[in-house]
Design a protein around this ligand. Sequence first.
Ligand SMILES: Cc1ncc(COP(=O)(O)O)c(C=O)c1O
Length: 421
Amino acid sequence: MQPIINKQISNLKESATLFINQLALNLRSEGRSICHLGFGESPFPVPEPMQAALRENSWRKQYISGCGLPELRQAIAGFFKSEFGYNYSFENIFIGPGSKELIFQLVYLLEGPLMVPAPSWVSYGPQAKIRSKIFIPIPTDFKKGYRLQAEELEKACSVQKFSQKILILNNPSNPTGSVHAPDELRDLAEVCRKYEVIVISDEIYALINFGKQAFEGIANYYPEGTITTSGISKAFSAGGWRLGFAMIPDDLKEITRPLSAFVSETFSCVSAPVQYAVLPAFDNYWSVKKHVELCRDIHGAAGNYLYQCFTEIGLNCPEPQGAFYLFPDFENFRDKLTSRGILSSEELSTRLLEETGVALLPGSDFYMPKDFFGVRVASVDYNGTQLMQDFPESGELTPDLYRSLFPGLTEASERIEKWLH
Ligand SMILES: Cc1ncc(COP(=O)(O)O)c(C=O)c1O
């Protein structure tokens, strides 16, 4: 029998990040030497207090209320209040199997078009597509580090006929490593208020902010319309544990009933041992803080190192301030690339992988024009456990130390340079 498949799903291709990861791993297993700058997985171990709590709670087998363990939701509300000044009531916090799933459920549940800055994370577009939602990538400016500006948002909102609009703002950003400045968030908040925009502030990288200014989220300026999502995959290196959360403001409380029903009819609840294991991260942050901050500093060093390497080669690249990504472009080499028959970022990344063994992702997967030579680079191709031991306490690194701490990143940038020149 020929199965008839929902077109919205059968037209989806596999997530670009998971695809490139598998391809790079396959090539490695065939013996090819691969510099894997394609996949954004934290290379560090999960903090020991969380691992210990997971072992201690492995006996737990009951379902937990769909919204999540009350102690964990309370701990998360308290943590985000003390760390970032957010005022979410714990009753409005949902624990899900990763923030990706909760973002999906929110996108599914809320009416109105979905706007994102371009470039933005690969999964927002397909999630909108599954729901047949209008998806609007808003062009941003390299000179502003691709951070969405109020005028750009205003322009996109002013031509929309739907009264309600959704904006996903990922801060710090995957793919650019940019972090919004407080005055930019204040200006964006004004536009959101004016045009009735519900913001999903994806703050999965909030604790990996290594720039000069303290992290702030748009919830600090637009609390009534901001749903903040985050989780444990990045700062706590526990992506495979699958736990994330969404925090809904009191003004949008009406979302909580249908979201509870949606959760109960889909994933039911997140694994009970995992929910207990995540408790120390938020109600005892001091027990994991040193670990998280050391990882953040190493991410910062890796990002800054690659930024220096790329700019020396002649690539344009915004300086990363957070997360573990960079978004360089090869526009300065346009003539050379076109003469080699490379006309799109997809061809650029395929040829780079084939001819140099450097795996990275094409900018077109991040909603940039196909013929723009931008690529997304993940700066985590190193042994995190080893680096936690070797990283100097002062954080001060000489050029030689950079090279010896990050041999994979050094090798990748040298291969790209050789290929280009
Ligand atoms: C921007 C962004 N948002 C959300 C996620 C999903 O995180 P989680 O593991 O909580 O589903 C990722 C993971 O790569 C991400 O990069």
